[in-house]
Structure formats: C-alpha cells, structure tokens
Design a binder for this molecule. Structure first.
Ligand SMILES: *Cc1c(COP(=O)(O)O)cnc(C)c1O
Length: 341
C-alpha cells in the first residue's frame, strides 16, 4: 500500500463556514464594480452595507473581513478601558475571540448565566456595576443564535426586556448576530424584529448565508464612523473588496429562504442521532447546530471522517454537527447512515 485513496466526501458538517461560493456568486464576483473601499469608493461594498442596514433597520453598515472584527470594533466603539462587558456565559466575543476585548479595548467580560443561551433580564440587571470599587459596566452584548449553547434562539420578549434594562441603565446594547438570520427563521419574524432592539449588530455573511468572506456591522452613522477607524487599526481596510461584497449580496438574495430547510434537516439528524442512542439535548436543537456528548470525541470524529462524514470534536467529550445549504437531503441520508452505523 502506498498513498491511500481519498475518501469521497458525503457531508461536511464541521461548520456552516465550509460552504463554497455558488456559480451565481462566482458570476457576480467576476462582474462586480469596484473601487477603493478605504476611501468609501467601492460601489458594491456600499450597496452591501446599505442592504444589510435596510434589512436590520439601522442607519448604516460597515463591511469587515470577519465577525470577530465586527464584534471587536463594536466593543471598542462602546467601551472605555477598564470597563466590563456584560454577556451571556459562553459568548463567542470572549470564548473564541482570543482575549481581544482585553488586548484591544482593555475591557473584561462579566458572564451572566444563560440556560439554553438565554440570559434572564433580571440577571443582566443585577450584573450592572456602579460602585466606585469595581470596574464599571460599559456595555451589554447578546448572542443570537447562541453558538456554544447549541444554536439557540432568544425569545423576542426576553430581547425586549433586556433592551429595557440597557435603556434604564444607560448602557449600549450590542448583538453578536453571526447567525441572526437563523434566529429570525426560527422565530418566523423579519430580521429587524430582532435587530431593532440593539445599538449595533454584527451579521456574518460567511456562516449559514454561504458567502465566501465577510461580516457587516450595523448601527448609527456616528458609530460606523468610529468603527471605520477601528477597522483600519485592526488591519481590516480591504480596498477593492467589492468582489467579496458582490458574493455576499447574492448570498443575501438567495440563501435566507433556504435556512428553513437547514433547520428541518438539523432536526431530522438530531432525531436520528437520539434514536441511535446519542446523548443530544433536543431542547437545544433549535436551528442548524447539534451538540452531542460522547467519550473519545476525536477518535469518533476521525472514524467518521474516514467514511466521508466530517464533524467537529470540541474538547474530549463533545462533538458538533452544523447544517448548511450545501448539505442536500441525499447527503444527509448518507451522513445519517455513517453516523448511526
Ligand atoms: C463565527 C462566529 C463569529 C465570527 O467569527 P469569524 O470567524 O471571526 O468570522 C462571531 N460570533 C459567533 C457566535 C460566531 O459563531
């Protein structure tokens, strides 16, 4: 035996970031009008920013290379050094953004308990600090859907109640909406019913929406002007980024209507896993993400990969499956056969 033959891929369920641009996206990229976006002169980037602002009901938008950058630029806009960011436990802005809130903005997180990713408004209120002996609260940040909790959705009445806390305390409210389109789909409401509660929102185009690169931060024109400076500091001034924005505009047009299918397939996979004896909390399966608790996670993931199904091992005893628009019903059936064998 020499080099092993590559295994034909049945389904890549590691993340919804693994999608590749559709032929329509490629075509739009090839045709895109571009200019220097650091000067604000890329017409396609400007069109994308206006479209995300319109969909979210905000004044303005700013295109950046990643969701970590849109989140961290928002934190820099809203806080001063030495302050705290109140956020749900397990929030991406802390867990998966490499200490950047401390490294860049000089702020620290204060976690609020969040069963199924949903913090209680009263706990958020109690987390607000005003004493001269403690770091003052600088902002509140929510995550919807909540990645680490399982792609879970915050109910609209909870959002409204947390917005009321933020208003009463005079604190800015940010949304890490990497998957806010999934949240809107699950709640069956227009996007702005969620996003209108927030001062700034980070929207990822490269997750379930399937664009190759990028996120948009939305908020007031004044906030976007400040965020523009932080984007440049963070190395996110991308010049002729219209080729990326063009793909994102196609993603916004074509993919949101398909998220419902992703959620249906996720449910189907979750139920098949439970029937096969996997430890999956079905109450946490609300959108396109499934976590299963199982020992030797990496070994199991490696064995599935050898049979053409890719998943993520998170820690020693947890695996994650994420659905996206490039997993068909047929691929899902193939994946279920491998995973439940
Ligand atoms: C993916 C993700 C982000 C942004 O990640 P990037 O890889 O930096 O684009 C932010 N928040 C959540 C909840 C995410 O899942």
């Amino acid at each position: 035996m020499t080099a092993s033959t590559p295994v034909p891929l049945i389904a890549d369920l590691r993340s919804d970031t693994v999608t590749t641009p559709t032929p329509e996206m490629r075509e739009a990229m090839a045709q895109a009008q571009v200019g220097d976006d650091v000067y604000g002169e890329d017409p396609t980037v400007n069109a994308l920013q206006a479209e995300v602002a319109r969909l979210t009901g905000h004044e303005a938008g700013l295109f950046m290379p990643s969701g970590s950058m849109t989140n961290q630029a928002a934190i820099a806009v809203h806080t001063r050094r030495g302050e705290e960011v109140i956020c749900a436990e397990g929030s991406h802005i802390y867990e998966w953004e490499l200490g950047m809130m401390a490294a860049f903005s000089g702020v620290v997180p204060r976690f609020v308990p969040a069963p199924l990713g949903v913090p209680a408004p009263e706990d958020v209120r109690r987390a607000v600090l005003r004493s001269p002996h403690q770091s003052p609260s600088g902002m509140i940040s929510l995550e919807n859907t909540h990645n680490k909790a399982g792609g879970t959705v915050i109910p609209l009445d909870v959002l409204a109640a947390i917005r009321a806390v933020a208003d009463a305390e005079g604190l800015p409210l940010h949304l890490d909406g990497a998957r806010v389109f999934n949240a809107a789909t699950a709640l069956n409401v227009p996007l702005h019913d969620i996003t209108r509660h927030f001062g700034t929102v980070s929207v990822c185009l490269s997750k379930g929406l399937g664009a190759p690169v990028g996120s948009v931060l939305v908020g007031s024109r004044a906030h976007m002007k400040e965020a523009h400076r932080y984007r440049k500091m963070l190395g996110g001034g991308m010049r002729q980024a219209g080729i990326l924005a063009a793909a994102a505009l196609v993603a916004l047009r074509d993919v949101p209507a398909r998220l419902r299918e992703d959620h249906r397939r996720t449910r189907q996979l979750a139920e098949a896993l439970v029937n096969a004896g996997f430890d999956v909390d079905l109450a946490a399966v609300q959108t396109n993400i499934i976590y299963a608790a199982l020992p030797d996670a990496q070994a199991r993931v490696d064995a599935w990969a050898a049979r053409g199904v890719r998943a993520s091992a998170l820690g020693h005893d947890r695996v994650r499956f994420v659905l996206h628009h490039q997993v068909s019903d047929e691929a899902l059936e193939g994946a279920i056969a491998v995973l439940t064998a």
